[in-house]
Design a protein. Structure first.
Length: 856
RNA sequence: GCCGGGAUGGCGGAACGGUAGACGCAACGGACUUAAAAUCCGUUGGAGCGAUGCUCCGUGCGGGUUCGAAUCCCGCUCCCGGUACCA
């Protein structure tokens, strides 16, 4: 395709920006300038390189960054690499290439590809989580967590694959088999590090309210934290005077409806409570449960299984002996691992009671509990023990009969507390964060074990670097590959000189991305994680753009660490990211198929709600755009697009496709479309034959019409950038070029202003046009064109005239026409008069500049 | 199941409650060309009629509010994403 020499232009300007360090942000904060910190989600430099999803978010942030610079803001826009992680390690195991080598190569490739797209990052701030200068501070934060008691050791199950001789991550195990090789895996308990994120559950929940984030993401985090308010109740165990079964319930008002109890199979009392005659059955059930993965347990529909222990507990509110069962539907990991079952008012308990023929007792009126559980609210019934004492619990029982749900809850909790068998309790679904991995390619923990007890290393011992391994093949040890590095593991306590062992686990990949945005602020500081003055100037991040796949984990973990650092006085804001946007996924091109065969779009036509073959309308055609995948063969490689159409075209197309946050299918024809637009813009100013500026670009004064066209475009583009509506901003620029193409003269001032507003979107071509239009050096810091309201004024305006809400004519009247004048002009229209006819006009509506409506 | 988001021409999409379909793609017609590509100009939601215009229908479906609804409210359908025995 002929056209403007984009390859040459883009190469030249990339080099210019790099050599001149055009986008360098000064080291010291500039209090005279308003700051704007705009951040992309930290990329993992994978071996496959960039895909078209990356430039989508990156182009959006780059447009904002460039725009804000021109608006006079001090902009922080940097990039780096979240480079620890599994793929490099797996590659090391396969080929015995050191992960560092793989990682460096991948980073080099990613950096190259990002530079190719002309993003205005301050490359002097590039960071890399695998660099000791960086992970020294990741380790430093871990020491803070440890100091505050937020890091602790615990036994937690991991996937162990005996065949591969390694532990595996959850995502590497599918249906209990290793993803690689398909070998059997088992869950093994292992001593590991946990972070007490649950301590911050309430603050993480509350903090969401004030964030300008997508509602869906905030809601996902709320669900993940999963706060429930209720009570914890202790049920004495019959025959075991020292034992109680503690349960958590959100419905303490239904305590009188508890007709049995259920323990999770892993519950510590499960064995103890079981009577000898039931031992065999219980042991078999528990063993069967232990062999199932979490997945198998939850995927087994809702069919309830369980086993009676033979044991009984005492319901503290009425002294009733109720049977204790064991069932998989109660999870050891939530609440206390045991429940009181109220089959009348809980769906799961109801199903279980039906299966095992257990009694169902209504205590909340309003439903038909024989048929189904009634989980709603209502007046309490069958809920009194006031007339008697509860042996071993209370002198006197309690009655909540007749109360509404809320009052019953309160009274019940008060009674439980008064009799020391329960209290109000808030429970969270959120679990503590399993923070260690049995891996090589991650941050080492900054602590040692002296006589088996953990001891944090002093700050000056940081960073703790990874040893080199000669062999990345499996160590065959559950502890992970580092356990094999004897010389590294065996060390001495730097304080006492006593022999010590290093921790052989490493941190998970999330660690490095929990705080990278702080390091961009002060990337080379070797004394502090971040200088407090700089941190106060730049934080919080004003706009964060990245994929919705990180809605929970990364964004929750980063918030957690940030709050810990806030408490430690390291950062000045309780939340790191003020505003968050997720870019929508880009799908492959639309595909048409009939009877499983791919069909060309040209052979398809619409019929009714669907598509059919043009040749044979009886054959229905499926139309669908699929997620890009190698196996489907619909992957678009950004490098190819850049080669064929240029980086500016790729950037522009990705923004033109549709709203940033929406899922949208790729279209190569669409790329050609925006490429044509750039060619037209180029030809507006440059003679294609000679390459020189066209003669019509000159210093003549701009006409009113030209100024109006320009200023309308400036106004629209400015407003759309602020609202992140890049697609309509581009449409406005296209409309401008279409109009300007018809002009005889192109006043230089108009050409220059248009070039400036085009520049955040298509910076290479804009820089080149700017240079040719005599703009001097880079336009990156030129002031953004101001809209002059006087040029936006239209003398006259075309408005619609309706009769009973239906349009019957359009009239052209002065912008500020009075109501009488407008109505008169409207009535003069033949078609309007015809539709009013002889009928009386009941109402006349005139919205200046908008509409006239006659109601008859 | 639950939570969130969505549905507008052949396609991607525009539209502070005020002329639905901007802009782009595709398609069709024309100019230039020996021809094609590129480029430029024009047409393009559907149906109808006495056709330079007018009428009717039209923003997933059914109701409602309003002078006026793609937009607001109520009730559905389908699609996408998340989550799932969380007591």
């Amino acid at each position: 395709m002929a056209g403007y020499p984009f390859a040459e232009i883009e190469r030249q300007w990339r080099r210019y920006w790099e050599e001149q360090k055009t986008f360098r942000t000064p080291d010291e904060p500039d209090p005279s300038k308003e700051k704007f910190y705009i951040l992309d989600m930290f990329p993992y430099p994978s071996g496959t390189g960039l895909h078209v999803g990356h430039p989508e978010g990156y182009t959006a942030t780059d447009i904002l960054a460039r725009y804000k610079r021109m608006k006079g803001f001090n902009v922080l826009h940097a990039i780096g690499w979240d480079a620890f992680g599994l793929p490099a390690e797996q590659y090391a195991v396969k080929t015995n290439t050191h992960p560092r080598v793989t990682t460096e190569a991948n980073i080099a490739r990613f950096r190259e590809q990002l530079k190719m797209l002309g993003f205005s990052y301050d490359w002097d701030r590039e960071i890399d989580t695998t660099s000791p200068d960086y992970f020294r501070w990741t380790q430093w934060i871990f020491l803070k967590l440890y100091e505050k008691g937020l890091a602790f050791q615990s036994e937690a199950p991991v996937w162990w694959c005996p065949e591969l001789g390694t532990t595996l991550a959850n995502e590497e195990v599918v249906d209990g088999k290793s993803e690689v090789g398909g070998y059997d895996c088992v869950r093994k308990p292992l001593r590991q590090w946990m972070l007490r994120i649950t301590e911050y559950a309430e603050r993480l929940l509350e903090g969401l309210d004030d964030l300008d984030w997508p509602e869906s993401t905030k809601e996902m985090q709320r669900n993940w934290i999963g706060k429930s308010v209720g009570a914890e109740v202790a049920f004495p165990v019959c025959g075991l005077p020292d034992e109680t079964i503690r349960v958590f319930t959100t419905r303490p008002d239904t305590l009188f409806g508890a007709t049995y109890m259920v323990l999770a199979p892993e519950h510590p009392l499960a064995e103890k409570i079981t009577t000898p005659d039931r031992l065999e059955a219980v042991a078999a059930y528990v063993a069967a449960a232990a062999h199932k993965s979490d997945l198998e347990r939850t995927e087994l529909q809702r069919d309830k299984t369980g086993v009676f222990t033979g044991g009984f507990a005492l319901n503290p509110v009425n002294g009733e002996r109720i049977p204790v069962w064991i069932a998989e539907y109660v999870l050891i990991s939530y609440g206390t691992g045991a429940i009181m079952a109220v089959p009348a008012h809980d769906e799961r308990d109801h199903a279980f009671a039906k299966t095992f023929d257990l009694p169902i007792r209504e205590v909340v009126s309003g439903g038909d509990v024989a048929r189904e559980a009634y989980a709603g609210e209502g007046a309490l019934v069958n809920s009194s023990s006031e007339d008697r004492a509860i042996p071993g619990v209370a002198e006197r029982g309690v009655s909540i009969d007749g109360l509404d749900t809320e009052s019953a809850r309160q009274k019940m909790i008060a009674w439980l507390e008064a009799n020391a068998c329960g209290q109000a309790k808030v429970n969270y679904k959120l679990r503590d964060w399993l923070f260690s991995r049995q891996r090589y390619w991650g941050e080492p923990f900054p602590l040692i074990f002296v006589n088996g007890a953990p001891k944090p290393l002093p700050e000056d011992a940081l960073p703790v670097t990874l040893p080199d391994l000669a062999d990345f093949q499996s160590s065959g040890q559950v502890e992970g590959p580092l356990a094999a590095a004897a010389e590294w593991v065996e060390t001495v306590d730097p304080e006492t000189g006593a022999p010590a062992r290093r921790e052989t686990n490493t941190m998970p990949q999330w660690a490095g991305s929990c705080w990278y945005f702080l390091r961009f602020i002060d990337p080379r500081n070797d004394r502090l994680l971040v200088d407090p003055e700089k941190e106060r100037y730049w934080m919080p991040v004003d706009l964060y753009i990245g994929g919705a796949e990180h809605a929970v984990l990364h964004l929750l973990y980063a918030r957690f660490w940030h709050k810990v650092l806030y408490d430690a006085g390291v950062v000045s804001t309780p939340e790191p990211f003020r505003r968050l946007i997720h870019q929508g996924m880009i799908l492959g091109e639309m595909e048409y198929s009939a009877n499983g065969e791919r069909i060309a779009e040209a052979d398809v036509r619409k019929q009714g709600d669907g598509f059919v073959l043009k040749r044979d309308a009886s054959v229905p055609v499926e139309a669908h755009a699929y997620k890009m995948s190698k196996s489907r063969g619909n992957v678009i490689n950004p490098e190819d697009v850049v080669e064929q159409y240029g980086a500016d075209s790729l950037r522009l197309y990705e923004m033109f496709m549709g709203p940033l946050e929406q899922v949208k299918p790729w279209s190569m024809r669409g790329v050609e479309g925006v490429h044509r637009f750039l060619n037209r813009a180029w030809r507006l100013f440059v003679d294609e034959e000679t390459g020189a500026l066209r003669g019509r670009v000159n210093g003549v004064p701009a006409s009113k019409e030209q100024l109006r066209a320009l200023h309308r475009t400036i106004a629209k583009v400015t407003d759309d950038i602020e609202r992140l509506h890049f697609n309509t901003a581009i449409a406005a620029m296209m409309a401008f070029v279409n109009a300007a193409n018809k002009w005889d003269a192109m006043p230089r001032d108009i050409a220059r202003a248009f070039t400036l507003i085009l520049s955040p979107f298509a910076p290479h071509i804009a820089e080149e046009l700017w240079r040719r239009l005599g703009g001097g050096r880079t336009l990156a810091y030129e002031p953004w064109p101001e809209v002059a309201a006087e040029y936006l004024q239209e003398d006259s305006v075309a408005i619609a005239v309706q009769v009973n809400g239906r349009i019957r004519a359009t009239i052209t009247i002065p912008q500020d026409a009075e109501k009488d004048a407008a109505l008169q002009a409207a009535r003069r229209e033949e078609n309007v008069a015809k539709h009013i006819g002889a009928r009386a006009v009941k109402r006349e509506i005139y919205v200046p500049g908008r509409i006239v409506n006659f109601v008859v």
